[in-house]
Design a protein around this ligand. Structure first.
Ligand code: ARG
Length: 584
């Protein structure tokens, strides 16, 4: 309803000028959604804000504004309430005309942005040879949703997987690989690491216990950095093997992402250090090259250094991110760079950006955003773990969601006495299972921790994926039952007579506003909340207004409303990375 608010604002400005003169031309009409639908749709609080300036009681000011306010094409006659609120109710004819405009538009009235930006979304980003954990799952789901929304709005989005594929841990991993699985280096596909976590643990244990292993590992790091062929081959094998496991998860979740891991920036790190040095920012501290930060102090209250190059010559996570931010601006020409990680990395990014800014690498028009998120907790409120206390493997978590969705579905089919094919059951179970996991994550305010509960996320009631998917299925059910081809409805006049119809219509018209807000604050739960309320409002309309049984022209008008609801749900869910079902 952006367009509506913009129009109302303009009309208020005209009325203020007409009533009180030019000097009030720039006054904000303070338009807010009505606190209660009983009062209308919008409320202006401008009269109260002008009492001092005009030296008049707010009631009289409101009266004078209303006398000049010309909104007959948009609203019913404005009313004044309480100390001087001006209440506005949108006219049905106006809503009908607005719906008419979006009805035949595949983008549902949302025009692509006029200012497309080169946007980078850095998300998922697991670490090689370690298992992806639930934190990476959150990053993957939230990052994908943000990328989808920005792409739909019309931005040019580069989705980047900043894989942890470089660093000192590779010394021990490669040494272990060469000793424990030497054939993997010579025979193709001989490396079936299987459980990468246990491989990592074995290597780590040997590293901690065995002095000789440690020394060999150290030499492997040097060899890797020097580009030794055999070492690189081992490194490559580890990366590829690891990536196969990640790919499985991405396929299940329908994620598109380009790999550009930490190793990509390795050749650029020396340049980062020398350029920081040239800029006069480097300070040597106990053999390490550092930049001292503002606003960060250690326990003693002394300024905290960000270590750029360690005393042993190695580089840090932060050094790579410095190289990455510079590369993304200079080579990718990014206008907006979005990093999706757990909230625990907030300081890391603040520090890296502070250094990059000091070095003059961040032009004023480039926006760097950290999109932090909270922890995933078990139903006991503690860190999410398996019953035996291990970290939960993502593959197992997703499989479990699908298995439970399948069991629920089979029970429901039995209850309803329905016969369905194996294919149908498997497909519905997979869509419902995966959607539920995604939706449970996206529907939370991402900055808070959330409790992972299969029962809650799979429920057909409440703010869940199944509830939304079911609203969509309901509309498709109408089309099956009435033998209606929604695409053939064409440009049919909509008539809003019942309250439930207007309520649904107004909500449908609010889609663009939600997307604009999400574009700015990158909060996917806004879109979830919008779609949840849309489903609720549709269900109320469905319960109260006969559709197929209604007489024309109401029947077609209601079919159009139902179809618009379904298309909004389908589009909105697709932006969350969720696929709809025709039947479930
Ligand atoms: N690999 C990191 C982790 O697992 C996340 C990387 C996030 N992106 C970045 N540019 N630092 O915590």
């Amino acid at each position: 309803m952006n367009a509506t608010i913009a129009q109302l604002k303009q009309r208020f400005e005209q009325a203020l000028v007409a009533a009180f003169g030019r000097e009030l031309a720039e006054t904000d009409p303070i338009l807010v959604p009505a606190s209660n639908p009983k009062f209308g749709d919008y409320q202006s609080n401008v009269a109260m804000s002008l009492t001092k300036k005009l030296g008049k009681p707010p009631q009289g000011i409101a009266q004078a504004i209303v006398e000049q306010l010309d909104v007959t094409d948009l609203c019913e006659a404005p009313t004044i309430a309480g100390p001087g609120f001006i209440n506005l109710r949108l006219k049905s004819s106006y809503l009908e005309q607005q719906l008419q405009q979006i009805q035949t538009d595949p983008r549902l009235g949302i025009a692509p942005t006029k200012q497309p930006q080169h946007t980078i979304v850095d998300f998922s980003s697991p670490n090689i040879a370690k298992e992806m954990h639930v934190g990476h799952l959150r990053s993957t789901i939230i990052g994908d949703c943000i990328a989808r929304v920005l792409e739909f709005i019309g931005h040019d989005v580069l989705r980047i997987n900043h894989l942890g594929d470089w660093g000192t841990q590779f010394g021990m991993l490669i040494t272990h690989l060469k000793q424990a699985y030497p054939e993997a280096l010579t025979t193709a596909n001989a490396l079936a690491l299987g459980d990468l976590t246990s491989f990592y643990k074995q290597a780590k244990q040997r590293f901690d216990e065995d002095e000789e292993f440690r020394e060999t590992s150290r030499l492997e790091v040097v060899a890797l950095q020097a580009g030794n062929e055999e070492t690189l081959r081992a490194w490559n094998l580890l990366c590829e093997q690891s990536f196969l496991a990640f790919r499985e998860i991405y396929d299940l979740l329908d994620i598109q992402i380009a790999n550009r891991g930490e190793s990509f920036y390795n050749p650029l790190l020396a340049g980062v250090v020398s350029d920081l040095d040239k800029a006069g920012l480097l300070v040597e501290d106990q053999g390490a090259q550092c930049v001292f930060l503002e606003g960060f102090t250690n326990k003693e209250g002394n300024p905290l250094p960000l270590i750029i190059k360690k005393s042993d010559g190695g580089y840090n996570y932060a050094t790579t991110d410095l190289a990455a931010v510079r590369y993304r601006i200079q080579q990718d020409h990014a206008d907006r760079i979005i990093y999706v990680t757990d909230a625990g990395q907030a300081n890391h990014f603040t520090q890296v950006w502070q250094v990059a800014r000091k070095a003059g690498w961040i032009p004023d028009n480039v926006e760097l955003v950290h999109v932090p998120f909270g922890l995933v907790q078990g139903e006991d409120g503690k860190k999410f773990k398996t019953r035996s206390g291990d970290t939960v493997r993502l593959r197992d978590l997703l499989d479990e969601a699908v298995a439970r969705a399948k069991a629920d579905l089979e029970a429901r089919l039995q209850e309803e006495g329905r016969q369905e094919s194996e294919d149908f059951i498997d497909h519905v179970a997979e869509v419902v299972g995966i959607s539920s996991v995604k939706y449970a994550d996206l529907s939370q305010n991402r900055t808070s921790n959330y409790i992972f509960s299969y029962d809650k996320m799979l429920s057909l009631q409440g703010n869940t994926a199944p509830y939304l998917l079911y609203a969509y299925v309901r509309v498709q059910g109408i089309s099956r039952k009435g033998n209606i081809d929604f695409q053939q409805l064409g440009d049919h006049a909509i008539q809003l007579t019942e309250e439930a119809e207007s309520t649904l219509a107004k909500h449908l018209l609010g889609f663009d506003e939600v997307l604009s807000a999400l574009e700015m604050d990158l909060m996917p739960n806004r879109l979830c909340q919008y779609l949840f309320e849309l489903s609720q409002k549709f269900n109320q309309f469905y319960d109260r207004c006969p559709i197929l049984q209604a007489d024309e022209p109401q029947r077609t008008s209601r079919l159009v409303l139902a179809d618009l609801t379904a298309r909004t749900l389908k589009l909105g869910l697709s932006l969350l990375g969720i696929q709809v079902l025709e039947r479930m």
